[in-house]
Design a protein around this ligand. Structure first.
Ligand SMILES: NC(=O)c1ccc[n+]([C@@H]2O[C@H](COP(=O)([O-])OP(=O)(O)OC[C@H]3O[C@@H](n4cnc5c(N)ncnc54)[C@H](O)[C@@H]3O)[C@@H](O)[C@H]2O)c1
Length: 251
């Protein structure tokens, strides 16, 4: 498929898991990609997986830091010569009993997941609007709509990302911009390999998080394919909504 021939894409969280899988998928479909992540080693691995090629540009960027996002997005837009697609995949998961969640931990999760999505989108909007066919794909989670114990802060950020996405979808639709969310669940990645659950976790509360489709957690490519569909012409009539990719965990 060459759905992304000539399309200029910025992916955050590109140094691991679903962000990396998205970079590889969009490169295979012909995109020119700027891959951003706070982890330089992660970006190096992504480059190595992508193989040699001049369609991938990597950049260290901390989505929770305004100056880093400003510089990172500007550099990506300059390098790509514009921007057609933004994929906001950067995120962190930290688990804790809510009564033991410090303000520092709460603020950190909000800063990366919710504020990071806002800052990157805000900085990318002028270029996305100039493209006249721009798309933003944001990362919600099944945690936004279905109870995930010990993850209240994380879940709140993912609900916020959905609301943010709906708002910008309405605000910019007449200017040719689409904004959509994916809501993954049970995907094998850096974050799910170590969710940091409390030592005294009541596992009966988490039993319903097992996917109906086996054999276990899915490969990140399962989400990357949906991101590619949403960001391509195949998703041209989809905006202001989310698609759940969780193997039927929440049927
Ligand atoms: N894996 C799942 O089952 C699942 C479920 C729901 C939602 N998600 C969402 O998918 C997205 C991708 O996560 P993943 O599962 O691939 O996890 P991951 O941990 O493998 O990847 C997350 C990436 O984000 C990067 N990152 C963290 N903080 C950053 C910052 N401040 N600035 C820039 N980059 C930063 C990390 O370095 C990492 O490369 C996240 O938004 C996550 O919340 C994942």
């Amino acid at each position: 498929m060459d759905r992304f021939e000539g399309r200029r894409v910025l992916v955050t969280g590109a140094g691991s898991g679903i962000g990396r899988a998205t970079v590889l998928r969009l490169l295979r479909e012909g995109a020119v990609v700027a891959a951003a992540d706070v982890s330089e080693p992660g970006l190096k691995e992504t480059s190595a997986s992508a193989g040699a090629g001049d369609r991938l540009h990597t950049r260290v960027m901390d989505v929770s830091a305004e100056s880093s996002v400003r510089e990172g997005v500007a550099a990506a837009v300059t390098h790509l010569g514009g921007l057609d697609v933004l994929v906001n995949a950067a995120g962190i998961l930290r688990s804790a009993h809510t009564e033991r969640t410090t303000l520092e931990l709460w603020n950190r999760i909000v800063a990366v997941n919710l504020t990071g999505t806002f800052l990157t989108t805000r900085e990318a909007l002028p270029a996305l609007l100039a493209s006249r066919n721009g798309t933003v794909v944001n990362f919600s989670s099944t945690a936004a709509s279905f109870a995930h114990p010990y993850m209240a802060a994380y879940a709140a950020t993912k609900g916020g990302i959905q609301s943010f996405t709906h708002a910008i979808a309405a605000e910019y639709a007449k200017r040719g911009l689409r904004a959509v969310c994916v809501a993954p669940g049970s995907i094998a990645s850096g974050m799910t390999s170590n969710p940091g659950l409390p030592e005294d976790t009541d596992w009966s509360l988490l039993a319903k998080l097992a996917p109906a489709l086996g054999p276990g957690f899915a490969d990140p490519a399962a989400v990357a394919g949906v991101v590619a569909m949403l960001a391509s012409e195949d998703g041209a009539f989809i905006t202001g909504t989310e698609i759940r990719i969780d193997g039927g965990t929440h049927m």
